[in-house]
Design a protein around this ligand. Structure first.
Ligand SMILES: Cc1cc2nc3c(=O)[nH]c(=O)nc-3n(C[C@H](O)[C@H](O)[C@H](O)COP(=O)(O)OP(=O)(O)OC[C@H]3O[C@@H](n4cnc5c(N)ncnc54)[C@H](O)[C@@H]3O)c2cc1C
Length: 377
């Protein structure tokens, strides 16, 4: 069996690692070059992502990720200023209920990506933009790329994110809708804000503070084991550049609306918005690494009715968007698709049944509300 994965993001690489580990022939095509684009600094990984990584990665890779996670995040605390000092005034459990995050731990995203790429050097082709596919009479799928090259496999997986070209051709009625929500985000060296007492006050928990119309959330990633030492212990094959100079940091986020985003650029706008927050919070933004400050656009893909399974499928942001936990869903999809394809590889399940099983699970887990199946699906 041969599988083509479009997109070397969280879902595509988790799947490729899992397939390779099972002995299945896999090729990954990624539009960007090997450096990729900035996709956020840290990632909250909950049980879904952690289980997927444990199931799909070789054990040394999984141990490297685990060793370099931050401490447990089990609640979100509320901050207020009392007598000129920042104080914790409440806490909400991270229990996954009513849109709240599940418990989990932070990972440094560029480090996770580097771990996911380690060992796949001969599998991932960078600078290869997928353009379209063709289902062939013999049941295989041919993928076409912008440079005119093609590749053929038994399965084509669209793991190509929010703008998925695979989804556009395969499920054109699945559309991305702008929610109007925006998020300004950044990260700051922990050493630059330690003296404020804020990191000690919040521990490993994300903390939110509202003043007027502005809500700011701050969190901390303190590496449980230094990335450099963990590389030495668990994964010496990991490129040194993935761990050199990596230090503990605080990350911050300002959820706002499209109307309030302005045109000043994300860092300047963030500073304007938090002008009335306490000095400790303002320092986190003032000392931020400017290049890592981003403005994110909120989108959603309204669920579509179930479709008949075939040799083309999709996972992660290509088919569902979930603010705050889309990465976990993408890795969970990869885990479930890998399990289904392994069944086929060992002759225990027909290929199309395996893909159908995966897609049913994916829709159940990731579509916000059940939708009726179309006739024949
Ligand atoms: C700042 C930020 C913070 C976030 N924080 C969290 C968090 O804490 N927890 C969480 O769970 N999620 C988080 N997310 C969401 C998470 O990043 C996404 O849900 C996740 O990356 C989706 O994974 P994916 O594999 O589906 O797609 P992606 O990771 O987006 O990967 C898609 C890949 O496909 C490639 N591609 C696209 N088109 C083509 C093409 N035509 N040909 C070839 N390749 C193509 C892209 O270059 C990309 O590398 C965050 C996102 C951002 C931006």
């Amino acid at each position: 069996m041969r599988v083509i994965v479009i997109g070397a993001g969280l879902g595509g690489l988790t799947l490729a690692q899992g397939l390779r580990r099972a002995g299945i022939d896999v090729a990954v095509y990624e539009r960007d070059d090997a450096l990729g684009r900035a996709q956020g600094v840290s990632l909250h990984v909950d049980d879904r992502g952690a289980n997927a990584l444990r199931a799909c990665l070789p054990s040394a890779h999984a141990a490297m990720v685990e060793a370099t996670m931050g401490g447990p995040r089990e609640q979100t605390v509320a901050l207020a200023e009392a007598d000129g000092a920042l104080t914790v005034v409440g806490a909400q459990p991270s229990d996954g209920v009513a849109g709240r995050a599940r418990p989990g731990r932070q990972v440094h995203r560029p480090l996770l990506r580097a771990v996911l790429l380690t060992g796949l050097e001969d599998v991932v082709r960078f600078g290869a933009e997928f353009t379209r596919f063709e289902q062939r009479a013999d049941g295989t799928v041919r993928a076409w790329f912008a440079d005119g090259s093609t590749d053929t496999a038994d399965v084509l997986v669209g793991a190509d994110g929010i703008g998925s070209a695979v989804r556009r051709q395969y499920l054109p009625h699945a559309r991305v809708v702008d929610t109007g929500r925006r998020m300004l985000m950044g990260a700051t060296a922990l050493r630059a804000v330690t003296d404020t007492g804020l990191p000690e006050l919040i521990g490993h928990s994300p903390a939110g503070m509202r003043v007027g119309d502005t809500m700011m959330v701050v969190g901390v990633l303190r590496f449980t084991e230094s990335p450099m030492a963990a590389r030495q212990r668990w994964l010496p094959a990991l490129p040194l550049g993935a761990v050199a100079g990596v230090e503990d940091y605080a990350m911050w986020a300002l959820p706002i609306t499209r109307e309030r985003i302005g045109s000043a650029g994300p860092w300047h706008r963030a500073k304007e918005l938090i002008a009335d927050l306490p000095s400790a919070m303002r320092l986190v933004v003032a000392e931020t690494w400017p290049d890592l400050t981003v403005a994110l656009r909120g989108g959603t893909i309204p669920p579509i009715p179930a479709w008949p399974a075939g040799p083309v499928t999709v996972l992660g942001d290509a088919i569902h968007l979930a603010p705050g936990f889309g990465g976990n869903l993408a890795m969970q999809d990869a885990h479930h698709l890998r399990e289904a394809l392994v069944e086929t590889y060992h002759g225990r399940l027909e290929l199309i049944d395996a893909i159908g099983t995966y897609e049913n699970t994916m829709r159940r887990n990731s579509f916000p509300a059940p939708v009726p199946a179309t006739a024949g699906a």
